[in-house]
Design a protein around this ligand. Structure first.
Ligand SMILES: Cc1ncc(COP(=O)(O)O)c(C=O)c1O
Length: 399
């Protein structure tokens, strides 16, 4: 086996992927190629370029330059079995374009009840206006999804683990049922990334990342991607071109820069989050920890079977208490910012209320919930911070 044929580990892949010589021009990182107009030598050249399949050929700025192609190519390489990747200016833009590439008026979408709330918004807003109906399903449905698939069902959207509540879906069972009926599957794979869950190998057709999180990794860029299994890329790209979707080369460059350290960052997010989740599970005032690697999380067995690792985002449920007690815990934290998003180097704490975003399932939580994004600080400092926060919670709630 020659060196280039040797199977590569994930860290080797994130370092080398997408760095084609014709794009880097010999520089380590593919530079920022900014463009709107591309100049041709002759009218014949212009016509030839317009007529051809312009994938990976300079044509017009909206179709990208080597900067975007390099990151897209890298994401394709990270996802075994993938045909191609399209980039978007946010994770939500990626979800919307992926759905629009497979759904038409009259179709039905099956959408997991634990989906990111703006994904529900796309279904209940844009898709509904287009005459596309949505049925929400229990994240733990597994092979039972077959009973929901009807003649109009054209797509199933999964998100595993689920937003806020972290239920792990039985993806192989769902994709097998979908394939048997010719239904396309889409997965929001932002939490695991292809490094911890190779989606296409598990039967997914369109794997979506909010690259804003772990790919970028520094909380300073909005970016999304969809990586397609064979047979799905052309339609995805055509739809995205028709929507005029283009990601700025500067943002793609920052995404590629983040990607180079993603494997090592994920390992640290994983180690610290696990340490903190196990610690929290033992604390008075904590009713339940919702981290896929802990048996207290719904779908934990499936997680152990299918995933190669866990990342830095999880939730915990407080044992009773009210909004004021939860706020007392969060407001005084020294190392956790209060804010949306996750996947950056810094820790965040967010009050979350999943019952507001569910329609096919109900919640019976013992108290208010907090979602933690565990950053790259020392885990012991974060534990000390949370320890003091839980003391404030117990004092305020009288627990
Ligand atoms: C699971 C998940 N998917 C998608 C998104 C959307 O990504 P973006 O904020 O880049 O639009 C988010 C954002 O928080 C998310 O948590």
């Amino acid at each position: 086996m020659s060196g280039s044929d040797t199977p590569k580990g994930p860290s080797t892949k994130v370092v080398g992927a997408g760095r084609r010589k014709e794009w880097t021009q010999g520089i380590v990182n593919t530079p920022v190629w900014r463009a709107s107009t591309i100049l041709y030598d002759t009218v014949a050249d212009l016509r030839a370029s317009g007529a051809a399949d312009t994938h990976h050929r300079l044509f017009y700025g909206r179709r990208g330059t080597p900067t975007q192609w390099s990151l897209a190519d890298a994401l394709t390489e990270l996802e075994p079995g993938a045909e191609g990747t399209f980039l978007y200016p946010s994770g939500v833009a990626a979800i919307a374009a992926a759905l629009l590439s497979v759904l038409s008026p009259g179709d039905e979408l099956l959408l997991v009840d634990s989906a990111y709330d703006p994904t529900r918004g796309i279904a209940n807003g844009l898709l509904k206006r287009m005459g596309i109906t949505t049925r929400f399903y229990d994240p733990l449905i597994g092979a039972g999804i077959a009973e929901l698939i009807g003649d109009k069902t054209k797509a199933i959207l999964l998100e595993s683990p689920g937003s806020l509540t972290f239920e792990v879906q039985d993806i192989p069972a769902i994709t097998a049922a979908a394939r048997a009926r010719g239904v396309v599957t889409l997965l929001d794979n932002t939490w695991a990334t292809p490094l911890f869950f190779p989606a296409i190998e598990h039967g997914i057709d369109l794997s979506i990342l909010a690259c804003t999180k772990y790919v970028v990794g520094h909380s300073d860029v909005m970016l999304g991607s969809v990586t397609a299994a064979p047979g799905h890329f052309r339609k995805l790209r055509e739809t995205s071109f028709q929507l005029g979707q283009v990601t700025s080369p500067d943002d793609a460059w920052l995404g590629a820069r983040g990607l180079r350290t993603m494997a090592v960052r994920l390992k640290q997010h994983e180690a610290s989050a696990l340490k903190i989740a196990h610690w929290l599970a033992e604390q008075p005032g904590v009713a339940r920890v919702l981290h896929p690697a802990l048996p207290s999380c719904p779908g934990h067995d499936v997680f152990v079977r299918d995933f190669k690792g866990s990342s830095g985002l999880f939730s915990f449920v407080l044992d009773g208490g009210d909004e004021a007690a939860r706020a007392a815990l969060i407001d005084g934290l020294a190392h956790f910012g209060i804010g949306y998003s996750w996947g950056g180097f810094e820790s965040l704490a967010l009050p979350v209320d999943p019952a507001r975003h569910r329609s096919a399932t109900t919640r019976d939580d013992a108290g208010p919930m907090i979602r933690l994004q565990i950053g790259l600080e020392d885990a012991d400092d974060l534990i000390a911070d949370l320890d003091a926060g839980l003391a404030r919670f117990r004092e305020t709630s009288g627990k």
